[in-house]
Design a binder for this molecule. Structure first.
Ligand SMILES: *[C@@H]1O[C@H](CO)[C@@H](O)[C@H](O)[C@H]1NC(C)=O
Ligand SMILES: *[C@@H]1O[C@H](CO)[C@@H](O)[C@H](O)[C@H]1NC(C)=O
Length: 311
């Protein structure tokens, strides 16, 4: 009896002192928030206190009791950074699928947030690895239609320089495709046919070679597919790729939106159906690549998408 009273008092004090919302009160009553999985961008790693470590803290501070898993690809932080350049994206996706399956805390579903290239990798997870179930997919400054140019790569410098050299030398050579992650989402609008035939990652997940119905079915399982674009992104070319737009084929100045593309109009990936169902969310932020404030993140990402609970 005494113990129960103490517990009640403890809960009461917690509620008053931290001004929890109704859903957080529910979590204290035994309903846990859905976990969230983060995938970092190129040149970054799982746990840098200034980037993904900070994001993890902000999420934990705002959703009581949430489990945040920031993906580490490889056995160490150094490997994690290196793998962002040199571990075949298809292999990364397979390894992460295994990591997600091995984590019992994710078995009832999770939300996913990908930063920059981590966003298209998490989309591949949604398409190829439907279990455990992904609920909301949120991509922040990601390159869903690839890139044509690599001016945004600053760190680590020697790998960025090397990546640029290889992309110029021959992004669609099979050994470059197998070797360099950025070649695997390199999309040369002057060589659409070659891109479709030889891109081992992006052309596959975008159903550019045949229509994999499993991909469509799995995309449609998502509750929401949220894409965040940076209006003043000088690092991703073209920035419209962050909303699944791209250059019109044959040139590299004029851009078309997702809704103007064949991919959408022939519904090769289920995106048109998702759009009709209200599952596609297009958010824009003024600022350069991945520049957003904590307030923006709380209001636009955490509050609407990460506060769903197990019952
Ligand atoms: C479609 O994707 C699924 C999931 O990755 C895969 O198992 C299957 O082999 C693919 N089918 C074709 C025809 O590529
Ligand atoms: C950023 O882009 C938006 C939308 O295109 C524009 O209205 C705004 O002026 C730009 N801001 C800067 C600082 O360039």
């Amino acid at each position: 009896m005494g113990v129960i009273k103490l517990q009640v008092l403890f809960v009461y004090l917690t509620l008053v002192s931290s001004k929890l919302t109704n859903s957080e009160i529910m979590s204290i009553e035994g309903k846990a928030p859905k976990p969230v999985v983060l995938w970092h961008g190129m040149g970054d790693c799982c746990c840098n206190p200034l980037s993904l470590g900070r994001i993890k803290d902000v999420i934990e501070d705002n959703v009581a009791g949430i489990y945040v898993k920031s993906l580490k690809i490889g056995s160490s932080i150094a490997k994690d950074i290196e793998n962002g350049f040199f571990l075949n994206a298809n292999t990364q996706v397979e390894e992460v699928c295994k990591q997600l399956n091995d984590d019992e805390q994710l078995e009832n579903g999770y939300n996913a947030i990908g930063f920059s290239q981590g966003g298209q990798f998490l989309r591949a997870i949604a398409q190829r690895c439907p279990s455990p179930p992904m609920l909301n997919l949120i991509t922040i400054g990601s390159q869903h239609q690839g890139v044509y140019g690599l001016p945004y790569c600053l760190y680590p410098k020697r790998w960025c320089d090397y990546a640029r050299e290889l992309l110029t030398y021959g992004a669609y050579l099979s050994w470059v495709q197998d070797y360099l992650v950025q070649a695997e989402y390199w999309h040369d609008p002057m060589k659409e046919d070659e891109y479709k035939a030889k891109s081992i990652f992006l052309a596959d997940i975008n159903n550019e070679r045949g229509k994999n119905k499993t991909y469509i079915k799995n995309m449609l399982k998502l509750k929401n597919f949220v894409m965040v674009k940076f209006n003043n992104d000088t690092m991703v070319e073209p920035k419209e790729t962050e909303w699944f737009g791209y250059y019109k084929p044959g040139q590299a100045t004029e851009v078309m939106s997702l809704q103007e593309s064949d991919l959408y109009n022939k519904d090769r990936l289920g995106l048109k159906q998702m759009d009709k169902l209200g599952k596609l969310k297009f958010l824009a932020v003024d600022g350069n690549h991945l520049h957003f404030t904590e307030d923006w993140f709380i209001e636009n990402i955490i509050n609407p998408y990460l506060k769903n609970y197990d019952h």
